[in-house]
Design a protein around this ligand. Sequence first.
Ligand code: GLC
Length: 438
Amino acid sequence: MKNSLLTTLILGLLLSSTIFGQNTETPEQKANRMQWFADAKLGIFIHWGIYSVNGIDESWSFYNGYISYEDYMKQLDGFTAKSYNPDHWAELIKESGARYAVLTSKHHDGVALWDTKYSDLNVMKKTPAGRDLISPFVKELRRNDLKVGLYFSQLDWSHTDYPHFTKKTDRYKNDSTRWDSFLQFRHDQIMELCKKFKPNLFWFDGDWDYSAEKWQSKEMSEEIKKCDPKVILNSRINGYGDYGTPEQGVPITKPNDKYWELCMTMNDSWGYQPNDNNYKTPNQVIRIFADVIGMGGNLLLDIGPKPDGTIPEEQINILEELGEWTKKHNDAIFGTVAGLPSGYFNGPSTLSKDSTMLYLYMDYKPTGPIVVKGLRNKVNRIWVEGNGTKLDWDIKMKAYWSSVPGLLYINVPDDVLDKNVTVIAILLDGVIDLYKTE
Ligand code: GLC
């Protein structure tokens, strides 16, 4: 009797985990699904839309009243995509070292970059581009072995059934029929994207006006996972996603999210804005990237193509210099995990997945040997990543009667320094073992 009860219980559990799929995903199953993302480290965000025509803020410029809605929409006429070369885009992305890209399929202005059958407000029907711009890019990404991400704004300020239109004008307050019709529209477009492009990742945005309940976020995320059980969702679907998305501000200490991705502009704008010259230098971007991967995150670095589809020179330069650096330091970046907690080394670091290799990142020229504290392991070998030079080290302050490990001093000569960030590789005698102050 007892046994049959147990069998029923186990069977029931098994059955519910198959029926409800992602609902009961185990941590191991999730880790498997997230693996490519955790290993990827670098993605390229692409904000491409009609806002590039005037070179103004994406969607927000009319919402905030810097331009009228009518004038904003006049940009449709200038969105030509006439030099759009998705092959070149994918190649640039690949060269940067990125493993995935996220393209804005639809921003808050509601203009779809694909030939959606649920609205005429799309580049095929309403702009001289006259065609679906997502398909050829998706194809090129896949050809280059890059994962495909699609950004999608859930709110749509152009849709007549979305309650809000601009900061000052609401279309309506409470009207459940209209809201339901909007939810249906948002559902239809998301499912259309899922079926048509089979993205590896959905990057949602614009959930902030309403609660998860009102957006039916749980139901929506379950539907998407039915469409593709492997798909990854960012968390901007009222938290019903897989990973955190800090925006612009580099976290100071390691975030609590197991998976996270910092999205960041190259200058101060997401879309193409020729008047915004406040570009970070390639050196600054590389140093931010090192910080991010040292804390176990990904960097989603944004570019904003022009209305004709070409990518601004400054952005190409950053991608290229970043690419040189990522190529040189491949093993220290991709497939690694977060490095030492703060206090052990002056700078970011990463660890190989098996935790037997430690990589130290130096964005400075040292005035003496660099130092690692609290390392209990024996060191087998130290070299300069991407250069191969062996380095000398010695241990100081190791008292035979104390359990505190000595200080590991490593000599890094000037001639091995990278012009951006130097990476020192340390082969340990086994899995890293750190001393912790009691
Ligand atoms: C914000 C902004 C949006 C931008 C996005 C990128 O949510 O509303 O304009 O596209 O961040 O992360």
